[in-house]
Design a protein around this ligand. Structure first.
Ligand SMILES: Nc1ncnc2c1ncn2[C@@H]1O[C@H](COP(=O)(O)OP(=O)(O)OP(=O)(O)O)[C@@H](O)[C@H]1O
Length: 364
């Protein structure tokens, strides 16, 4: 059984050249035995962060600790981490046992011992029956299991995975996702997994780290990210909220009234950082909005239906209104069917104040 280590990242920065800041002074603690997903759109800095943890990229400034050891300037082989690459990077001319045993060979572990250990790892990944095959004789999912076995054979304290599921078809993706979770649970090792898929991060992670523009927007458990997105970026990126934005017009005991451009106004709950005259943002869950019920003042508006899509079990209704961009409602299928709405139709939308969540100002 591997020993897990806490990964402690302090003010870590990566610059490529003089002005391209890929990772901008991020700090993050990933406790030992955590399944952590680094999530964000292309170019947000997640791979650079992972590669700095692995030692495949140098840090421009800041520190990385693995357990009690500052590893920032150590070469990859000295870090007790192991990385699994997107391309699997298997040796085509070696059978599975030799592929998996390769790093032990580099460490001069005797042949019988390294082959026995490789076979154990293939058993752990449920592919020992193919031990004498070469990678080309395996499916994509099986090749990935070999790559995982190879990454785990050195008993790393942390396993680093760069988009490990992106090459698989959707069915296999879900199956391998369950395998990764099982493996992490059984081994108890710290996993850091880079993905651009919200669904993948929500399904796998104990800790989801949402990144944008080289910074961390929010690091929290999946349910916290879903129910309480910290910023407008997280609310929009996770895709289950609408963001309402405008200037604070009035503050009272119950909250605030914000005025969106073009005159629409909305009520939001109170928050310490709200100041009259300054910009405020709030999120409303897409599945908590009623279509067809006239709103209480400030808790809804009248929108024009722009598009209706079937999602299976619910409809995705996109609406436009002055001062409101890209407003989306997930309407339960039978409710929608009992009062269907056509494209172009004007419909009242409403929600309750309890379903409005105030967002923090975005960090940049
Ligand atoms: N070797 C490099 N030289 C110069 N710029 C780089 C290099 N590697 C990455 N970058 C830049 O740094 C930024 C962050 O890249 P990074 O690969 O870390 O992002 P990412 O979130 O992993 O993106 P993706 O999901 O597309 O892989 C991007 O703007 C990218 O263009």
């Amino acid at each position: 059984m591997q020993q897990a280590a806490t990964i402690d990242i302090a003010s870590l920065t990566k610059k490529y050249g003089d002005d391209a800041v890929a990772v901008d002074a991020i700090s993050l603690k990933i406790k030992a035995g955590t399944y952590c997903c680094l999530l964000g759109p292309s170019g947000c800095g997640k791979t650079s962060t992972l590669r700095m943890i692995a030692g495949h990229e140098t840090a421009t400034s800041g520190d990385i600790r693995l357990g009690d050891v500052v590893v920032t300037d150590l070469p990859p082989a000295k870090r007790q981490t192991s990385m699994m690459f997107q391309s699997y990077a298997l040796f085509p001319h070696l059978d599975l046992v030799d592929n998996v045993a390769f790093s032990l060979k580099m460490k001069s572990v005797p042949k019988a011992e390294r082959r026995a250990k490789a076979l154990d790892m293939l058993k752990l990944m449920h592919i020992d029956q193919y031990a004498s095959r070469r990678p080309a004789q395996l499916s994509g999912g099986q090749q990935q299991r070999v790559a995982l076995a190879r990454a785990l054979i050195t008993s790393p304290q942390a396993l680093l995975l760069d988009e490990p599921l992106s090459a698989l078809d959707p069915f296999l993706k879900v199956k391998m996702r369950q395998e990764l979770k099982r493996l992490q649970r059984e081994l108890g090792v710290t996993f850091v997994h880079v993905t651009h898929s919200q669904e993948e991060a929500m399904a796998l992670a104990d800790l989801v780290v949402v990144m944008s523009n080289g910074r961390i927007e929010q690091a929290a458990e999946p349910r916290e990210i879903f129910h309480r997105p910290a910023t407008a970026f997280v609310a929009r990126f996770m895709g289950d909220h609408n963001v309402l934005a405008g200037k604070v017009k009035e503050l009272d005991a119950e909250g605030a009234l914000i005025e969106a451009p073009n005159g629409a106004s909305f009520r939001i709950p109170g928050a310490d950082h709200l100041v009259v005259g300054e910009t405020a943002e709030a999120a409303v869950r897409r599945d908590r909005i009623a279509i067809g019920e006239s709103p209480t003042k400030g808790l809804g508006f009248t929108g024009h239906v722009r598009n209706v899509e079937y999602r299976g079990g619910s409809m995705k209704v996109t609406l436009d209104a002055p001062g409101v961009e890209d407003f989306t409602v997930y309407a339960e299928e039978s409710a929608f069917d009992s009062a269907p709405h056509e494209v172009g139709q004007a419909v009242p939308l409403s929600w309750s104040l309890a379903d409005v969540h105030v967002l923090k100002p975005t960090a940049h």
